[in-house]
Each structure stands twice: as structure tokens, then as C-alpha cells.
Design a protein around this ligand. Sequence first.
Ligand SMILES: [Zn+2]
Length: 306
Amino acid sequence: MQPRPFLIRLLAFATLLPVASPPQATAANYDVLIRNGTIYDGSGRAPFVGDVAVNGDRIAAIGKLSGARGKTETEARGLAVAPGFINMLSWANESLIQDGRSQSDIRQGVTLEVMGEGESMGPLNDSMKREMSENQGDIKFEVKWTTLGEYLDFLVQRGISCNVASFVGATTVRIHEIGYADRPPTSAELGRMEKLVRRAMQEGALGVGSSLIYAPAFYAKTDELIALAKVASGFGGVYISHIRSEGTRLLEAAEELITISREAGIPAELYHLKAAGQSNWNKLDALIQKIEAARAAGLRITADMS
Ligand SMILES: [Zn+2]
């Protein structure tokens, strides 16, 4: 069995077992036993000192397990034991090809890398593959995949320490069909873009990601993004966005995200909640009020400060 960090196995911790599980019978044997750690279960409740036992990739027991044995035992007195952290805005898409051990993140407790802020590693057409090959920097790799799912499988097959997931990039499907042109897609092109999103969702994409502050991403108008988000919505996906402006048009950009959420019937998350530029700092209260009002109206809007 390939060795995997304990933290990955702890991901399911909060949901699998009640925190107040009773002390376990003695003499039990587990694959892994983490002793005497200060357990933060991810619920936000106060931490408590205890032992965590793991079998395979599942939490098997939590509590005082003093009589139990583990094939691997770790003394965690004075250390925090927690479910793995999630990097909601990962750009490890090339570095994991270079070195799948993910040391820089995993040593900070990050066990899940979520990619796809506007651009994703698939789907690709021939010219996108060529471009991806030609524009490589220090990290050189052969583009052996076409779809987003194939890219994620490629990583896993190479061997990576972390778990990976991705949004499909709104910009990626745009480039796939209309390249770098500053124009709306024709209805046939939009239909093909929707089909690409559908395929990515079938492969397990988390939803559609956009990064509307960069070209050619910002050539996409709101209705194009709604159309793509609608497809993701049908699969229970999420729309996530680096919004169109974080400065002079910050509030209008947030309004666009809320409109997409409402029109596509999809939860939406605003990446890097901030007001850029001193003259815009005073907009933060209004921005938060806007999000709160949308939530109060029943929309599932969230934000992060990544
Ligand atoms: Zn961004």
C-alpha cells in the first residue's frame, strides 16, 4: 500500500463518527493510532485531548484508546490533530506534475487541492495542447490528457500525496471554441461550450470557475457565464469567481456574481473578498451587506479570502 499522510485519512473525521463516541474496547488493533493529540474535529467546538484510530482510509475510533495498538503509532501530545485543510484556490496544477509529494502544502496540513480558478487543465484541443507545451517555464511535461478528468487521473496515476479536485474553467471552454477573440460566442459555439462543461461535470468537476479580471476571460458577458453555470447547476455544481472588478466597479462585479447565482440556480462563491485601492476601501461594508442580503433572499452566496 502506498504510504499516505495521516491527515488525508482524517478528512472524513467530522462526518463519520460522533465526537462524543464512547471509550473503545481495549486490545483493539488498528492500522494507525494517533495518541494523545489535541483533536480539533472541524465542527468549531472546543478541542479535546484523545486518540484517533484509523483502518484503511477511514476513522475507526476516537476517544481514550489506551489499550489499543496500531501498526503505526504516532505520539501527538501537545500537537493538534485535525481533518485535512482544503486549499480552495490551488495553482498546484503544474507543480504536482513536477513533484507529487506536495510538500509545501501538505506540511501545512493541506490535503485537498482545489484547482480551476477560471482556467483549468482541461478540456484541451490540439492548439491548446500545443500552446501548453510551448509556454512551459521551469516545469516541463508532456500533455498526455485532453479532458479535465483525464488530467486529474494523470496526476493520480503518477502518484500524489494530496487529494485533488477542480472546477472547469469558463475561460478554458471559451478558448476551446473561440480562441482569444473578443466577441460573444455564436449559439453553436455556446452549445459546444455547454457540452464541454457537461462532460467535465460528468467527470467530477466541482462546477464552473471564472477569473473575469484577466483576458480573454473578461470577454465573456454575464449571459454566457449564466449559460455555463446552468449546466453545472444541473449536476449540483458551484459557480466560483475571481470577480470582474475588485476596485472601482467592485459592487457591480459582486452584483454580477449574484445575478449568475440567481439566474443559473447555482451556489456561488466569490474568490478573494477584498476592496483593491484605497479609494475603494469604503466599499467593503456595502459589499458584505450585498452578500448578506442575497443570502437572506435565499441565494447560496459565500466568499473566501484566499
Ligand atoms: Zn484570482
